[in-house]
Ligand binder design. Structure first.
Ligand SMILES: Nc1ncnc2[nH]cnc12
Ligand SMILES: [Zn+2]
Length: 332
């Protein structure tokens, strides 16, 4: 099954570029930029990836990104992820970036954006991997701050396909961001939203009703609300699930308790993604492998998850069909 998963064509739709910083690159950038990190070695840094909940992870995630400063740093960070993704046969990826985590440390919006987009373009030609970029607002900050961030994004509208909402979920419901999402939709951005990771199913409903989210990131707690599950199936709302992330952040105690298999069996449009791979112990293929092993998934079920990833992407019908036919030809 390892080889079957390795070669399976797939899309990755839930990936935070800031969360792809490997300790090795963090140390290189720390030295280059003269910014200290509170670890003596790569091993010590990796050993700190031991979280009790989402917030304990976010504290380290925001502290670690402080070493990434220049356009070149953002380019190198993004290129490292894209090379890894291409090596795992990711054919298309939709990447989050958190501009407020950079503008709040006086890095101009366009420094992060230009570095990331240069890498996306380079990877399209050199690695044959296509990508879209999603601007994610930090929900622990104010709506006013999100509005300012949206304004900074307007000149770069063509380079950003969608807006999303991430960071500390509990206590920061989608309803806090109704105005900024309404304006983003007016500007032509597609809409996604992290909901139902640590937060209750009501946050998923709010994301759909109040933000008009077209895709839910995580959404694993939808299974607590049968009417919501029915709605998500009826409306074919995709859910980008991140199995290893959910275990490392203690959303579920063990993989066999994870809701992914129940979600798949119910007919929800679920895909498998890595979220913040070095922090959670694996890129997309390690996530596929973990759920395959926990639930003894068949080849057909793995193909279904890969097909869902293409169906859920912000691609044209023609682009989707091309990738789906590549998947149909795949025999492992
Ligand atoms: N899993 C996650 N949930 C919320 N915000 C995040 N930012 C990076 N990873 C995240
Ligand atoms: Zn996420």
């Amino acid at each position: 099954m390892d080889d079957f998963i390795a070669g399976l064509p797939k899309a990755e739709l839930h990936l935070h570029i800031e969360g792809t910083l490997e300790p090795e690159l963090a140390f290189q950038l720390s030295e280059k930029n003269g910014i200290a990190i509170p670890f003596q070695s790569v091993d010590e840094m990796r050993a700190a990836y031991n979280f009790k909940d989402l917030q304990s992870f976010l504290d380290l995630y925001y502290a670690s990104i402080s070493v990434v400063l220049t356009e070149e740093d953002f380019h190198d960070l993004t290129m490292a992820y894209l090379k890894k993704a291409a090596s795992q046969n990711v054919r298309h990826t939709e990447i989050f970036f958190d501009p407020q985590s950079h503008t709040d440390r006086n890095i101009p919006f366009e420094t992060a954006l230009n570095g990331i987009t240069a890498a996306l373009k380079q990877a399209q030609t050199e690695l044959g991997i296509s990508s879209h970029l999603i601007l994610s607002f930090l929900r622990h900050l104010s709506e006013e701050s999100a509005i300012q961030t949206l304004q900074q994004a307007i000149p770069f509208r063509e380079q950003i396909i969608a807006v999303g909402l991430d960071s500390s979920e509990l206590g920061h419901p989608p309803s806090k961001f109704v105005n900024v999402f309404a304006e983003a939709r007016r500007q032509g951005f597609r809409v996604v939203c992290h909901a139902g990771e640590e937060g209750p199913p009501e946050y998923i409903t709010e994301a759909l009703d109040l933000l008009q989210a077209e895709r839910i990131d995580h959404g694993v707690r939808c299974m607590e609300d049968a009417a919501l599950v029915e709605r998500l199936i009826e409306e074919q709302i995709p859910l980008t699930v991140c199995p290893l992330s959910n275990i490392r952040l203690c959303v579920f105690e063990t993989m066999t308790e994870h809701s992914l298999k129940r979600m798949l069996d119910a007919g929800l449009v679920v895909s498998v993604n890595s979220d913040d791979p070095p922090y959670f112990g694996g890129y997309v293929n390690e996530n596929f492998l973990a759920v395959q092993e926990a639930f003894d998934l068949s080849r057909d079920q793995l193909v279904k998850l890969a097909r869902n990833s293409f169906e859920s992407a912000f691609l044209t019908e023609e682009e989707k069909q091309k990738l789906i036919s590549e998947l149909a030809d795949y025999t492992g």
